[in-house]
Design a protein around this ligand. Structure first.
Ligand SMILES: Nc1ncnc2c1ncn2[C@@H]1O[C@H](COP(=O)(O)OP(=O)(O)OP(=O)(O)O)[C@@H](O)[C@H]1O
Length: 463
């Protein structure tokens, strides 16, 4: 064992204490690396990078690991061992040496105005379970979070409904703000972007348009979610095209999510399509059984502080075996079970889980739209909790989502008013009727509301 191997644990510790690399960064990038040998004549250190295990490809070595860590590694090794590594060579196979360009520096300086908007405090890297379905997307997101605007621009994340795209995007924003609170980060849904643009155009004056442009172009990191929803809207695509060019030209980071890769978005203008392909495209697929289990455990861990329930392994196995399509449904299933247990004062057992999930798990079931799923999707869409919708708050930011949920339950399911009322916090059926009628009427005159409802419907029923 050479002295660098002997001191490797201290090298790793020093990277985090003196260079400020976060635990997640250390776990993802540094811990898997293995020191191979040190050539003292040449002053060259050979490090093995297990790319398969790390879920990355070879390009990452030069474009990221080398750029980010070589200089800190060299100085830490010199400090702890007295050895001067003039060169670090990263290899992808135990005995093959792949040379990497070590002339790099990491310029992490960003322009600074704090703009923390629209972030779900729960959507962090720490709360994100990494599995084979999202390993690459996670690695790419972390790389971007660590060096916004520097390597992969834009980062384009795609995947089916409820698989964690928004969660990953928020995690990037959190990470960037935690490391540099002055960074101007803006997370926005395509829906808000569209609605704000419609509003600015409707105002018909230059000031409104200038304000809109200032908001979107004077930032360091733009995260735009569900880009598929601007498709088909010409004016929005046009405006987004200019926003994209401005930001990209100024080396500001752009992160985009969508349900499909750019190539497959039929109505996306060619010039946007090609721009989306400039950076890195990463997909998230459905989680495998182990990942579903891990997600349920993580959720239990987080919830248990607040709600204090415990799930036996058999119950978790039962949910993970039966709910496969997406993570939102997985969470919805867990919510149903815990709600039934607390309302009926029953212990959580496999029998209770079977009862609670019986209409979600029918043998040949297609994806069923249930009132629970509507509740969860609406809450998530407005970044509020399902308990807020069920609760007694009467502020507009809660009342409108509540009425929209009532409206969608009525329109998309055959659930009676009384049962909808019960789900929405034991409300009377006349309250539900009032909510449904109010939304039905407003939808006739408000493009914004119509747009919002269309988007939630697409989330519920993507096909
Ligand atoms: N890997 C994961 N670990 C933990 N929780 C996850 C993971 N992936 C998704 N989730 C959770 O699943 C729910 C749905 O995820 P999210 O909203 O990010 O999906 P999405 O892909 O953006 O969906 P949509 O296409 O509908 O916008 C969220 O509550 C999120 O926290």
């Amino acid at each position: 064992m050479n002295i660098i191997e002997e001191k490797w644990d201290s090298v790793v510790d020093t990277l985090s204490t003196e260079f400020g690399f976060s635990p997640i960064s250390i776990n993802t990038w540094i811990k898997p690396l293995q020191v191979q040998r040190y050539d003292s004549d040449e002053g060259t250190l050979f490090i093995y990078v297990p790319i398969d295990e790390m879920g990355i490809n070879e390009d990452f070595i030069n474009s990221y690991i080398n750029k980010k860590f070589t200089t800190p590694l060299r100085s830490t090794i010199a400090e702890l061992t007295g050895l001067d590594c003039t060169k670090i060579v990263y290899t992808v196979e135990q005995n093959v040496v792949k040379e990497a360009d070590s002339s790099s520096n990491t310029d992490n300086s960003f322009n600074n105005i704090l703009e923390k908007a629209n972030l779900n405090p729960e959507y962090t890297f720490e709360n994100f379970v990494v599995g084979s379905n999202n390993k690459f997307a996670h690695a790419a997101s972390l790389a971007v979070a660590e060096s916004p605007g520097e390597i992969y621009n834009p980062l384009f994340l795609y995947g089916g409904v409820g698989l964690g795209k928004t969660h990953l995007m928020h995690s990037i924003a959190h990470f960037i703000l935690e490391n540099n609170p002055q960074t101007r980060v803006l997370y926005v849904t395509s829906e808000s972007f569209t609605n704000e643009l419609i509003e600015a155009i409707r105002n018909g004056n230059n000031t409104a348009m200038t304000k809109f442009r200032e908001k979107y172009r004077n930032i360091d990191v733009l995260l735009i979610d569900d880009i598929q929803f601007i498709i088909g809207k010409e004016s929005t695509q046009e405006e987004f095209f200019h926003t994209f060019n401005d930001l990209h030209g100024a080396k500001k980071q752009i992160i985009i999510s969508s349900d499909k890769p750019p190539k497959e978005i039929a109505t996306l203008e060619g010039r946007l399509k090609s721009r989306f392909e400039w950076g890195l495209i990463a997909d998230i697929s459905s989680p495998d059984y182990e990942t579903r289990m891990a997600i349920l455990r993580k959720k239990e861990e987080r919830d248990s502080k607040e709600k204090g329930y415990h799930l036996d392994d058999e119950v978790i196995q039962y949910i993970a075996t039966n709910i496969k399509s997406n993570i939102r449904e997985l969470e919805g299933a867990l919510n149903r079970i815990t709600a039934m247990s607390s309302l009926e004062h029953r212990e959580i057992t496999v029998e209770l889980a079977q009862e609670a999930l019986k209409d979600m798990i029918s043998p040949n079931a297609k994806r069923e739209i249930t009132p629970d799923l509507i509740l969860l999707t609406v809450a998530e869409h407005f970044h509020i909790k399902t308990d807020d919708i069920k609760g007694s708050k009467r502020s507009a930011d809660i009342v409108i989502p509540r009425q929209i949920a009532m409206y969608l339950c009525r329109e998309m399911t055959s659930t009676p008013l009384k049962a909808i009322g019960k789900l929405m916090g034991n409300r009377d059926h006349t309250t539900v009727l009032h909510g449904v009628e109010k939304i039905s009427k407003e939808i006739e005159t408000s493009d914004d509301l119509k747009n919002t409802i269309d988007i939630i419907k697409k989330k519920l029923n993507p096909n």
